[in-house]
Design a binder for this molecule. Structure first.
Ligand code: AMP
Length: 521
């Protein structure tokens, strides 16, 4: 099929031609005509399949007629991370260059004033992360009642990051008569219920089995003692033909430690994680894209959707806690049909996590050994607290008991809602300044759930603060949002304490219209 057969206008087709695309990808072939017909779309597609163009191209076409009014954007795209939002903004610039369109990117970590100025001029497309959008809405800088098209991208990631209450709130501010496009890499039952709540009679398109790893990625597993991991990584970096690589750590602080260690050993390495200021994040990613930095040590903030062409390698310095993250991490290489290599370093007691990955990808990651390093057996037993006599590595010693750690508890290990301790009333909670710093401030820090609660839940607190000057309240809310968005690679929180209304409804079965060509990369 050709792009010209999809119903797109000449300006958009010219931009596609300039970009050098000859054929639409399967998701584009399916989604573009549906979007142009004004249908709601439920897309099950990973990044790398061309899904961004799948919604941006027809949106440009739809928005080409009509004009935006000041502070009243005509379309809204919600992204879970700032990097993804910036990437979508780039796509609009690329594909919309022959259409007169105005766009605003509303992401945390950047000053409000520029964003407000843009909104004042009127924008056709608003691309935002949820927290910053709510901030601007609460400040009265934006009205959402003219939104004609809503895109919720990476819905499963939004769920993982605890953004669903925000999304519900935002959707509640939008007109009921609108077109909604909803994309997710996976279609877990809770995602499907969410889609049911937000979409109206959608067409469903699926382009890749949710857990597929690209055929173009050669994978290997190295089991070493925890204390040998850095040595193992250096060995791989020296012996592999590494042009550039993402190196994933599970924890933000390990990102910084590993990056410094690599630099000390003469490697050209940068770092990327959610605790860094946005300007630094953008700068580092750009330097990596431009080849000025060869190795990017990162947390999972970089695992999803970051589109850097021709990344030769991915190294998992830690086995990811969630098996799905493995698929996303290694998907940073082997893109667009190019060959890529992915190595995972496992410590002996990572057996459970490795087994979960093998189950998900339906194959065993081939095991390799490194000369001169001990290759211990993987154990699926939970060794914590059993005193197996293994000399604890520095990194392990640092580890806190699970309850204290900043990482997500595995979903199934989390406390059921009923078993969670009652929330403290707001007045009794520790004031923000007194709270523990980030590194030791584990579950509490994740309590954006409490602070980030649904408007209904916030009502009593708002009541008690009626006497406060509005400025303070806004600033406080701003802090809250920003802090939350800074944690966009933070642990899985799901719905937290919030039980959205739609979860209580049963999911409606719907006919599936599958398109099932292989994943593009
Ligand atoms: P996405 O899944 O939207 O992140 O896109 C992944 C990559 O595929 C991006 O680098 C796009 O530029 C590229 N891409 C999107 N559509 C096409 C197409 N029709 N032909 C070739 N490359 C494409």
């Amino acid at each position: 099929m050709l792009f010209s057969e999809l119903g797109l206008g000449p300006e958009v087709l010219r931009a596609i031609e300039d970009k050098g695309y000859t054929q639409p990808t399967p998701i584009q072939e399916q989604a573009i005509p549906l979007v142009l017909q004004g249908r709601d779309v439920l897309g099950c597609a990973q990044t790398g399949t061309g899904k961004t163009a799948g919604f941006t191209l027809p949106m440009i076409q739809i928005l080409a007629s009509g004009r935006a009014r000041a502070r009243m954007p005509r379309s809204l795209i919600l992204e879970p991370t700032r990097e993804l939002a910036a990437q979508v903004a780039e796509s609009f610039e690329t594909y919309g260059k022959y259409n007169k369109m105005s766009m605003a990117l509303l992401i945390g970590g950047e000053t409000f004033s520029e964003q407000v100025k843009k909104l004042d001029r009127g924008v056709d497309v608003l691309i935002a992360t949820p927290g910053r959008l709510i901030d601007l809405f609460e400040r009265g800088n934006i009205m959402l009642n003219d939104i004609k098209v809503l895109v919720i991208d990476e819905a499963d990631r939004m769920l993982d990051m605890g953004f669903i209450p925000d999304i519900e709130r935002i959707v509640g501010m939008l007109p009921k008569m609108r077109q909604t496009l909803f994309f997710s890499a996976t279609m877990a039952p809770e995602i499907r219920r969410l889609a049911d709540a937000f979409l109206s009679n959608p067409k469903e398109v699926t382009v890749a089995p949710p857990a597929s790893t690209a055929e173009t990625v050669t994978q290997a597993l190295v089991v070493v003692q925890e204390e040998d991991k850095r040595k193992a990584l250096r060995h791989l970096l020296q012996t592999e033909d590494v042009k550039n690589a993402f190196i994933f750590c599970n924890r933000k602080r390990d990102v910084a430690i590993l990056q410094k260690s690599l630099v000390r050993h003469g490697f050209n390495a940068g770092e990327l994680h959610g605790d860094m200021p946005q300007s630094k994040r953008t700068e580092t990613l750009e330097a990596f894209k431009q080849g000025e930095i060869t190795l990017l040590v990162c947390s999972d903030v970089a695992a999803r959707g970051i589109d850097v062409q021709s990344v030769s390698h991915v190294f998992n310095f830690d086995v990811p806690v969630s098996a799905e993250d493995y698929v996303h991490r290694i998907g940073r290489t082997g893109r667009a049909g190019k060959a890529g290599r992915a190595f995972t370093l496992a410590a002996p007691d990572d057996g459970k996590q490795v087994a979960a990955i093998n189950r998900l990808i339906k194959r065993e990651i081939p095991l390799i050994s490194i000369d001169g390093l001990e290759s211990p057996e993987l154990s699926e037993e939970d060794s914590r607290g059993r005193g197996r006599g293994r000399k604890p590595a520095a990194a392990r010693e640092e580890r806190k008991p699970r309850e204290e750690r900043p990482e997500p508890q595995a979903r199934e290990e989390r406390q059921p809602r009923e078993a969670r301790p009652e929330r403290q009333p707001r007045e009794e909670r520790q004031p923000r300044e007194e709270r523990q710093p980030r590194e030791v401030h584990v579950r509490e820090e994740r309590q954006p759930r409490e602070e980030h609660a649904h408007p209904r839940e916030l009502a009593p607190a708002a009541e008690s603060r009626r006497a406060d000057p509005r400025r303070d309240r806004d600033r406080d809310r701003g802090d809250r949002r920003r802090r939350h968005e800074d944690e966009d690679d933070s642990p899985v929180v799901g719905f937290g304490d919030h039980m959205p209304a739609f979860m209580l409804r049963s999911a409606r079965p719907r006919p599936v219209e599958n398109v099932d060509p292989p994943q593009e990369g």
